[in-house]
Design a protein around this ligand. Structure first.
Ligand code: SF4
Length: 324
C-alpha cells in the first residue's frame, strides 16, 4: 500500500472502526481544545502517516508465522504504520483475551486460554529475526493465574535476552499488587519495568474498573524497593475528562514512588462502544506537561498527542526527547 495520510480517528486506528453508511453525515458533539477553541472535527495533529512498505510487510509476516500477538494491532495503535516500518513492534504475550474490562482498551475481554509453553521461544526467535536491540513486551491481565503470569513473562524476557542480547522493557499488569509476582518478574532482569496508571484516580471506576490507583502506584514502588537499579516508567492518557490539577497530582505521586520515566498521550476511542473522547488536548499542552515532568525529576519523558507507552521506547529509555 502506498504511503498516505489518514486520521487516527475517533476509532483510534487508521484501519479500524465502523464507517458511517454512504451518504450519512457524521455528527459529533463539539469538543473543547485547551479550554479555548471549539471544533467539531478531529484536529490535524492527529493525522498519521500510514505506510506498508517492505519492513512493515516482513514484520507482519514474522509475527503471523510465529502466531504472536502485538499490542500495536490489538489496541489499534495509530502509530502502527510508522513503528512497523521501522521494524519495531510491541509483543503482547499470554494471549489476546484480558480478564479485566478497561473502558478505553480494544483488547478482547473474557476467559483466556492456557499459556503457550513455546511462547518464550517464539518471542525470542522473532526478536532475533527483527534484530531487535530493545524490545517491549507487554501482556493482557491474567487474573486467572496464581502469579498473574509473572513467571511466564519472566521466561519470555530471559529467552529474548539469551538469544539476542537485547534489552527488554516489561510493560506489566498490576499482578494484583503481589510482591512475589513483581519479584519474579524482576528476577528476569528487564531493563525497564513499566506499569501504566493511565489516568487520574477519580476516573478509575469508569476507565479502569477492577484496577486501583493506589495498587498501581504500589507496583512501581515495589519495583524500586526490590530492584532500585531497574528503571521504572508509567503512562498517562489525556482526553478522558481529567483535570490539569489531577494530572499534576499523578505526576507528583509517580515521582514519590521513584518512577523514572513518563509518557503522556491523547486517548483515542477504539470504537463507539468504548469510552468517548472528552477532549482533544492541544500539542502545546503536551509540551508544557512534558517540561513540567522533566522539572519534577523524571529522567525520561515523552509527551505528545500520539505518544504511547511503547512509542520509540528505546529512544525514551536512552534519554532522547520523544514527541509526536
Ligand atoms: S507505539 Fe507501541 S503499540 Fe503503537 S505501534 Fe508503536 S510499538 Fe506498537
Amino acid at each position: 500500500m502506498a504511503d498516505e495520510i489518514r486520521d487516527a480517528n475517533a476509532h483510534g486506528d487508521a484501519h479500524a472502526g465502523p464507517r458511517p453508511p454512504a451518504g450519512e453525515a457524521v455528527r459529533k458533539p463539539p469538543i473543547r481544545v485547551g479550554g479555548a477553541v471549539t471544533i467539531e472535527r478531529k484536529p490535524d495533529w492527529l493525522k498519521v502517516r500510514w505506510g506498508a512498505g517492505e519492513t512493515f510487510n516482513r514484520l507482519e509476516a514474522e509475527l503471523r508465522s510465529h502466531a504472536l500477538h502485538t499490542v500495536c494491532e490489538e489496541a489499534l495503535c495509530p502509530n502502527r504504520g510508522e513503528c512497523w516500518e521501522r521494524g519495531v513492534a510491541t509483543v503482547l504475550i499470554m494471549g489476546d483475551v484480558c480478564t479485566r474490562r478497561c473502558g478505553f482498551c480494544a483488547i478482547g475481554k473474557g476467559r483466556p486460554g492456557a499459556l503457550d509453553p513455546l511462547e518464550p521461544l517464539h518471542v525470542a526467535e522473532t526478536a532475533e529475526i527483527l534484530r531487535a536491540r530493545y524490545l517491549v513486551i507487554t501482556s493482557v491481565d491474567r487474573d486467572d493465574l496464581p502469579d498473574g503470569g509473572a513467571a511466564h513473562f519472566g521466561a519470555c524476557i530471559r529467552a529474548v535476552r539469551a538469544r539476542t542480547g537485547a534489552d527488554v522493557e516489561a510493560l506489566i499488569p498490576d499482578f494484583k499488587g503481589s510482591r512475589s509476582s513483581v519479584q519474579t518478574l524482576l528476577a528476569a532482569r528487564p531493563a525497564c519495568l513499566a506499569h501504566n496508571v493511565e489516568t487520574i484516580p477519580e476516573l478509575y471506576r469508569t476507565v479502569r474498573p477492577g484496577s486501583f490507583y493506589e495498587r498501581s502506584l504500589s507496583v512501581l514502588r515495589l519495583s524500586k524497593e526490590i530492584s532500585p537499579e531497574t528503571a521504572t516508567k508509567s503512562n498517562l492518557m489525556l482526553g478522558l475528562g481529567e483535570t490539569r490539577e489531577g494530572v499534576l497530582r499523578v505526576m507528583r505521586d509517580l515521582r514519590e514512588v521513584g518512577c523514572d520515566g513518563l509518557t503522556i498521550g491523547q486517548y483515542l476511542a477504539p470504537t463507539r462502544g468504548h469510552l468517548p473522547v472528552k477532549e482533544y488536548v492541544h500539542p502545546r499542552v503536551f509540551e508544557e506537561l512534558g517540561d513540567t515532568a522533566r522539572s519534577m525529576g523524571f529522567s525520561f519523558v515523552a509527551s505528545g498527542p500520539l505518544v504511547r507507552s511503547s512509542y520509540k521506547a528505546d529512544e525514551q529509555f536512552h534519554g532522547q526527547r520523544v514527541g509526536v
